[in-house]
Write a new protein. Sequence first.
Length: 276
Amino acid sequence: MATTKNATSPKKSKGFTGIKSAIWVMLICLCLGYAFWYFVLGNPDNFAGGDRHGRPINLMGTVYHGGVVVGLIFTLLLTAVALSIERYFALRTAFGKGSLKKFVVEIKAAIKANDFAKARAICDKQQGSVANVVLASVNTYQQMEETTGIKKAQKIAKIQQAHEEATQLEMPTLQMNLPIIATIVTLGTLTALFGTVLGMIGSFQALAQGGGGDSLALSMGISEALVNTASGIATSWVAVVAYNTYTNKIDKLTYALDEVGYTIAQTYDSNHADEA
């Protein structure tokens, strides 16, 4: 009859793990984006004669004439920046206090030497997602050594299962809010296109008004189109760089988890004979 000890539940990372309600971040960025557009870019000092609807005398006035779409684009830009900063600190917590590469080397050496006390100490010192997953696997390894009545292959499967469960517990925290940043990549471009179309409509309306049309209205329409295009491209650029950067970091962390998990399973396989 098989005898086993109760498995220890894997623990989640301590410290800052991210903002779960990103909607509040987006609402704050919405207020800031439109406040910046109206009060800073729309400051009367940026226009000839102090008239917001008149000729802009500097770049800020020109950007203001991009229209309300500019405020929306600034909202997306601020959201991308805010969530990028949030992901930076969350992933910093997940990686732990020390170098991930050094941690992997040290933990693999301790496991291969069957020095699990040292492995625990290394995990306690490192902390973070990787350390939590490794610690769960080490605990299960030692539990399997005290378990009798089941075959070695089943014990290895239980070690791998504990590793996978601990990894699945950490992954949602690592990937949180990244889908929003990925969405902003597309929304930035689409919003810019929408603003560009509105600007060109204004330009063609100016041309349609008798003869050559109002040159000021024509230039304002073209300005609105180009400002929205440039702002949207800049927003998408920031979002795509942030998304790819943090996705790459998560891939590195996942690879480290897989590497250590494989080492733990292989160590148990090589150090134990199959049971009858």
